[in-house]
Ligand binder design. Sequence first.
Ligand code: SF4
Ligand code: SF4
Length: 110
Amino acid sequence: MFDSYVENTLQYYPDKCINCLRCTQVCPHGVFSEGKEHVELVRPAACMECGACALNCPVQAIEVQSGVGCAWAMISAALRGKDMDSAECGCGDGSCCGGNSKNPFLIEKL
Ligand code: SF4
Ligand code: SF4
């Protein structure tokens, strides 16, 4: 299986997390999961570096070099002659790689 985490740029700092759960709401790949004191990084290999979590994290507990995203993952996997990570990519309009809105990644402020 293609393991993007060995090459992706996702960094998570749980000590900074205030458990707002925004990252769990915006991530199209289920990389973060609800935890007790802070979210848990449960599927790091599924991260496609879309940047949505980092963009929505109010305390900079997540860093990711976005802009390479799923296209990068597919190309990289193809070059290696392997399948992309089996995580079903939910990309499409309003999600990871697609969307017609100005900023499909940003959760509206309340
Ligand atoms: S960068 Fe995108 S795919 Fe990766 S953890 Fe954040 S929201 Fe999920
Ligand atoms: S968005 Fe940031 S502060 Fe909120 S749960 Fe995720 S990592 Fe923690």
